[in-house]
Write a protein that binds this ligand. Structure first.
Ligand code: UGA
Length: 441
């Protein structure tokens, strides 16, 4: 059992802390927000994540999980401090490392014993070398401190499972001392460990995310071609997936990838390449295809309808994917303003994301258009002239083809997630447009 502190209680920090406690370590999570800390002490999670609160309560009760705003006491005798603060994107695509620098300095000024600082945040290759020097510059005691890179591969909505049952743990260290501490910490997880140097670990994170983004953009590109030549991208993906060099995952064409990771990490790696005098053409292409993909359905619908003005538009799904209340880079954020500016009356449904969306686009009039948030898909569809599907929530998948036909004034559906078989929608007399599939059978 090790004494661990975790800086930052966002997705990465909180899930890391909770899963470390679940594996027997004594964990203190640090955040600057007193209210948030109190909430977490009570076993309530500030983020929506399946299974997280139950594990929080269990480990708080077992005395292994603590929350505090007092970073000095949390860091002073920790054997390892995990840093999971955000590295948001700057306008030029580079990563903003100011949160990381603040924590690094706090750690340097607090530690009284030898300590391994483990950076989980996604950072440009070479950053951890600089962080190590930075911490050493600010140390107030003569102790041994080193930095390890330990990138995170959790996805929102399945973060706990992705951490406890990860495919691999990547650790990037420069000395045996650091490698041993980190391998000991992860030993109770019983997962494969890939031990590399720090720069390679930093690169593994970007290379993995960007590869997945590339896979999605590739399928979206193929989907757009499928539409033009009359092929069906779902059949194409199925046919490809039997080749285990390709694999069956992340082959779903749709309305483009969103979230806090793929858009940011593709731009960041492209930026890193540019800084090094190299053009990362594949990743650039993934970004371009994704930008184009997000407004594809809207453009299709604009061609079919003369105007959205005065039309009742049902929107099903607002978050960037199911299982999260996160809206970052969600296709809805791009499409809804375009619909509103054309005077559409939007009725939007999302099982958890509506509240966050309303903070950006409050309910009511927006120019000639308006937006109303409803508590079930049926209400959104009632009397609607057209429907857009942006997220494949279970509650949205359950809406049967017949319901679209029965409830809508004109059953015209643009599905960005290929939820229903085309045949079933056509048989229910729904005019149905999806991504990379024929609209008729
Ligand atoms: C992603 C990675 O999957 C994680 O491995 C990684 O740790 C994480 O980023 C991160 O860097 O923190 P996440 O962004 O939470 O996780 O969500 P994903 O499930 O990967 O989905 C990202 C986007 O791709 C979503 O908008 C989703 O709808 C889209 N997607 C995914 C597709 O359009 N097609 C697919 O086949 C799969």
């Amino acid at each position: 059992m090790k004494k661990i502190s975790v800086a930052g209680t966002g997705y990465v920090g909180l899930v890391t802390g909770v899963c470390m406690a679940e594996n027997g370590h004594n964990v203190t999570c640090v955040d600057i927000d007193e209210q948030k800390v109190q909430m977490m002490r009570d076993g309530r999670s500030p983020i929506y994540e399946t299974g997280l609160e139950a594990l929080m309560v269990k480990n708080i009760e077992a005395g292994r999980l603590h929350f505090t705003t007092d970073y000095q006491s949390a860091y002073k005798d920790a054997e390892a401090v995990f840093i999971g603060v955000g590295t948001p994107e700057r306008e030029d695509g580079s990563a903003n490392l100011s949160y990381l620098a603040t924590v690094a300095r706090q750690v340097a000024e607090s530690i009284k014993n030898d300590c391994l600082v483990v950076v989980k945040s996604t950072v440009p290759v070479g950053t951890n070398d600089k962080v190590e020097q930075f911490i050493k510059d600010f140390l107030i005691k003569d102790v041994r401190v080193e930095i390890a890179s330990n990138p995170e591969f959790l996805a929102q909505g399945s973060a706990v499972k992705d951490t406890l049952e990860a495919d691999r743990i990547v650790i990037g260290t420069e000395t045996e001392w650091a490698e041993k501490i980190l391998t000991d910490i992860y030993e109770p997880f019983g997962l494969p460990i890939v031990s590399v140097n720090r720069k390679s670990a930093e690169m593994i994170k970007y290379a993995s995310n960007d590869f997945l983004a590339l896979k999605i953009s590739y399928m979206n590109d193929i989907a757009n071609l499928c539409e033009l030549v009359g092929a069906d991208v779902q059949d194409v993906a199925r046919g490809m997936s039997f080749d285990d060099r390709i694999g069956s995952k992340f082959l779903n064409a749709g309305i483009g990838y969103g979230g806090s990771c793929f858009p940011k990490d593709t731009k960041a790696l492209e930026y890193i390449a540019r800084q090094n005098g190299y053009e990362l053409k594949t990743v650039k292409a993934a970004i371009d295809v994704n930008n184009q993909q997000k407004s594809m359905l809207y453009k299709k619908a604009s061609k079919r309808l003369i105007t959205f003005s005065g039309l009742k538009v049902a929107v099903l799904g607002l978050t960037f994917k199911p299982g999260t209340d996160d809206l970052r880079e969600a296709p809805s954020l791009e499409n809804i303003p375009m619909l509103l500016s054309e005077g559409a009356d939007i009725y939007a449904y999302d099982p958890v994301g509506a509240e966050n969306f309303a903070k950006v686009h409050p309910e009511g009039k927006h120019g000639n258009g308006s937006i109303t948030y409803v508590s079930n898909p049926e209400h959104a569809l009632e009397d609607a002239n057209v429907c857009f599907i942006f997220t494949e929530w279970g509650e949205i998948k359950e809406v049967s083809p017949q319901k679209f036909a029965d409830l809508m004034r004109t059953p015209l559906v643009y599905d960005g997630r290929n939820i229903h078989p085309v045949k079933e929608m056509v048989e229910a007399s729904v005019e149905y447009y999806s991504v990379g599939r024929p609209s008729t059978v």
